[in-house]
Design a protein around this ligand. Structure first.
Ligand SMILES: Cc1ncc(COP(=O)(O)O)c(C=O)c1O
Length: 378
């Protein structure tokens, strides 16, 4: 029987990184030893205080439908992070993946264009397409924004610019001066700037994050998405949020009211507890990853050319010199997996051939062993 599907779903591809999760589970069940450099999450457990708060919420009967936009305590606490914002500017959704999906659903009309610097996270383009829009890719230069090229990509159909800093897959962090230029372009052309800040807490060398939110002249057009996943080791809780103009948040609430309704209530209570975590706990995550970044960068540099990531927890080395004639990054990644049991994500999944993404959010022993095996096969 041939199953008839919509043009919409036929036009998109499945998440290439999510696809790894069942594959690893299967390989591990078969007893294969996989060194997983393809993971998109830190390897710390969720904080105890967060688990306890979620358990307590369950015991207290927080098991029913809640407000579509999220529990007021959580929205209010998050609004405090944004000067001039209140709970009406915040909506809690099922991770920032869901935030981005919802944003495109409410701002895009058919064939509207969204400018996306590449390489970029796997879901951006597919989510634009799911909303009927057209992703317009603009190459970066040494992983940094090419502002003139972005400017030239603007047409009468451009609706938004999407930025992601710190970046997945490159770890690039965009300097404030470039964000100022993006703000200027957005203001001049009346565009939204969607800023995916899922990794804002993972910036190294004592540097800090500049959000597009700090450019007041375009505040009404900035849409920030954030996640509890990476910062608080809560990937399975599925909590993220959008901070934006209240009318935009209202539109997402309308959309969400027909979509999943509220996000899991007791998971939101876990998120509320995460906001009260002692600074040392989150600082500990950062310093652990900072040490791994140094080690991973040293190891990667012995084999490949790679720009040192300023943030997030990925390396994105250039693999051209090891490619066999005609070999793609996907075939290279398959060769690595087959010969060494080391899993990486091909650059092609992020829109840039000739590269692979390696996550360094793994134990140090795994880093050492994985790079040893890669070296042997190369
Ligand atoms: C850039 C970026 N945005 C969003 C997400 C989704 O995160 P979550 O839905 O867990 O909040 C990820 C996950 O890997 C990501 O890398």
């Amino acid at each position: 029987m041939r199953i008839k599907l919509s043009n919409r779903i036929n036009a998109v591809e499945e998440s290439k990184t999510a696809r790894f999760i069942p594959l690893f589970e299967q390989l591990q069940k078969q007893g294969q030893k996989i060194i997983n450099f393809a993971v998109g999450e830190p390897n710390f457990p969720a904080p105890k205080a967060v688990i306890d708060a979620a358990k307590t919420a369950l015991d207290m009967g927080q098991t029913r439908y809640g407000p579509v936009a999220g529990i007021l305590e959580l929205r209010s606490a998050l609004a405090e992070l944004y000067k001039g914002y209140g709970p009406d500017n915040i909506i809690i959704l099922n991770g920032s993946k869901h935030c981005l999906y919802a944003i495109f659903q409410v701002i895009i009309n058919p064939l509207d264009e969204v400018i996306i610097p590449v390489p970029c996270w796997v879901s951006f383009a597919q989510q634009v397409k799911l909303a009927g829009g057209k992703p317009v890719f603009v190459k970066t230069v040494n992983h940094q924004l090419d502002i003139p090229a972005m400017q030239s990509a603007i047409t009468g159909k451009t609706r938004a610019i999407l930025i992601n800093s710190p970046n997945n897959p490159t770890g690039a962090v965009y300097p404030a001066k470039d964000l100022a230029k993006i703000a200027e372009i957005a203001k001049k052309n009346d565009l939204y700037v969607i800023s995916d800040e899922a990794y804002e807490h993972y910036i190294y060398d004592g540097k800090s994050h500049t959000s597009i939110f700090s450019f007041k002249e375009i505040q009404d057009k900035t849409i920030i998405t954030k996640s509890f996943s990476k910062h608080f080791q809560m990937t399975g809780f599925r909590i993220g949020y959008v901070a934006a103009h209240s009318e935009l948040v209202d539109a997402i609430i309308k959309f969400q009211s027909h979509c999943t309704g509220n996000v899991c209530t007791f998971a939101q209570h876990g998120a509320l507890a995460a906001l009260d975590l002692a600074e040392e706990i989150t600082a500990g995550y950062l310093s652990d990853l900072a040490a791994k970044r140094e080690l991973a960068f040293q190891l990667v540099n012995n084999l490949f050319e790679c720009i040192k990531p300023a943030g997030a927890f990925y390396l994105f080395p250039d693999i051209h010199k090891y490619l066999q004639p005609g070999e793609t990054s996907r075939e290279f990644a398959a060769r690595l997996l087959e010969k060494t049991g080391v899993a990486v994500v091909p650059g092609d999944d992020f829109g840039l051939e000739g590269h692979i993404r390696i996550s360094f959010a793994v134990p140090e022993t795994t880093l050492l062993l994985g790079f040893k095996k890669i070296k042997e096969v190369l």
